[in-house]
Design a protein around this ligand. Structure first.
Ligand code: CAA
Length: 278
C-alpha cells in the first residue's frame, strides 16, 4: 500500500519520501513505481514528462527522522497492529513539524486510540486508501473523537489534490468500507470451506452475477490474507461474532499463504496474474 500511495502522491506533484523498516524495501518500492509509470507511458496514459516529474518528486528516506523532516503530511502504512503503529507514529511525532497532519492508512483500528496514545489526537486522521491505490477512486477519511475540524478539512483537500473522492466517516471499528468488505470475503471463505463451489465459481457468482470487478476470494488475495485476518480479529473483539474469522483463513495465514504478495492464496499468482489452483 505504501508503494501505491507514494506513486499517487508523487504523480500529483507532491514531494514524497518513502521509508520502510526493512532495509532495501523502500528501494524495491521505488523500482516498482518506476515500472508502473513506465507501463502507463507505454499505454499512453501518462506522458514521459509526467513520469519524469513524478520520479523527481520521489525519493527513499534513510530513516524516520529523514522521512519526517519539514513535512506537512505523514501517511503511515505499517501492518495492521496497534502497538506497531503507536511505536512508529510516536517517533514520527518527535521528528515532524508540529503542524504536520498524521495520517494512518489503517483499515479498521481506532484513530481515537492512536491519536491519544501518540499524544497528538487533534492532528491524527484516518487516510484509508484502497488497493491498488493508483486506480481506486475512494479515500476514506476517518475522524477520531478529538481530530480537529481543520485536520479533517485538510485531509479532504488532500484527497481532492491527489484526484480522489473523499468520504468522511466517524471512528467506528472497520469504518464504512472494511466493515462491509470483510463480511463478504469471510462468507466466501466459509462457502469454500463447506464445499459450496470452487474458488473460481464462488468468485464468478459475484463477478458475473453482481458485476463486482473481482470476486471476494481473488480480492482477499489482492488485499492480503493476513490483512483481512487482522481486520476480522479486531472486528470480532469490537463488534461481535458475526466477524469471526473462518478457520481456513487462519490456517492459510499460518502457512504463509498470504495471497498475491507471497504468490499463493486462494489462487496461484504469477507476474501479477491469478491462476486457479489445481
Ligand atoms: N497499479 C497501478 N495500476 C493498476 C494496477 C496497479 N497495481 N493494477 C491494475 N492497474 C490498472 C491497469 O493498468 C489498468 O489501467 P488501464 O485501464 O488504464 O489500462 C486498470 O487498472 C485495469 O487493470 P487490468 O485491465 O489489468 O485489470 P482489471 O480490469 O481486471 O482491473 C482491478 C484490475 C483495478 C484491480 C479491478 O479488478 C478491481 O477494481 N478490483 C477490485 C479492487 C478492490 O475492490 N479494491 C479494494 C480492496 S479493499 C482495500 O484495499 C482496503 C483495505 O483496507 C484492505
Amino acid at each position: 500500500m505504501g508503494q501505491g500511495i507514494a506513486q499517487v502522491t508523487a504523480s500529483a506533484g507532491l514531494a514524497t519520501r518513502m521509508f520502510d523498516a526493512v532495509p532495501g524495501r523502500a528501494e524495491q518500492a521505488v523500482a516498482a513505481v518506476v515500472a508502473q509509470l513506465e507501463k502507463l507511458v507505454g499505454k499512453g496514459k501518462v506522458t514521459s514528462e509526467q513520469r519524469d516529474r513524478a520520479l523527481a518528486s520521489l525519493r527513499v528516506a534513510m530513516d524516520v527522522r529523514d522521512a519526517c523532516d519539514g513535512v506537512d503530511l505523514v501517511i503511515e502504512a505499517a501492518p495492521e497492529n496497534m502497538e506497531l503503529k503507536v511505536k512508529l507514529l510516536s517517533e514520527v511525532v518527535l521528528d515532524s513539524p508540529p503542524h504536520a497532519l498524521l495520517g494512518s492508512n489503517t483499515s479498521s483500528l481506532s484513530l481515537t486510540e492512536l491519536g491519544a496514545r501518540i499524544g497528538a489526537p487533534e492532528r491524527t486522521v484516518g487516510l484509508h486508501f484502497f488497493n491498488p491505490p493508483p486506480v481506486m477512486e475512494l479515500l476514506e477519511v476517518v475522524r477520531g473523537i478529538a481530530t480537529s475540524e481543520a485536520t479533517v478539512e485538510a485531509a479532504v483537500a488532500f484527497a481532492a489534490h491527489i484526484g480522489k473522492t473523499a468520504i468522511v466517516v466517524r471512528d467506528v471499528p472497520g469504518f464504512a468500507s472494511s466493515r462491509l468488505g470483510v463480511i463478504l470475503g469471510a462468507e466466501a471463505i466459509r462457502m469454500l470451506e463447506s464445499g459450496v463451489a470452487s474458488a473460481v465459481d464462488i468468485d464468478r457468482a459475484m463477478e458475473l452475477g453482481y458485476r463486482h470487478p473481482m470476486g471476494p476470494l481473488k480480492l482477499t488475495d489482492l488485499v492480503g490474507l493476513d490483512v483481512r485476518l487482522a481486520i476480522l480479529d479486531h472486528l470480532t473483539r469490537e463488534l461481535g461474532d458475526q466477524f469471526r474469522a473462518p478457520p481456513l483463513l487462519r490456517q492459510m495465514v499460518r502457512a504463509g499463504k498470504l495471497g498475491k504478495k507471497t504468490g499463493e492464496g486462494f489462487y496461484v499468482w504469477k507476474d501479477g496474474v491469478a491462476k486457479p489452483k489445481a
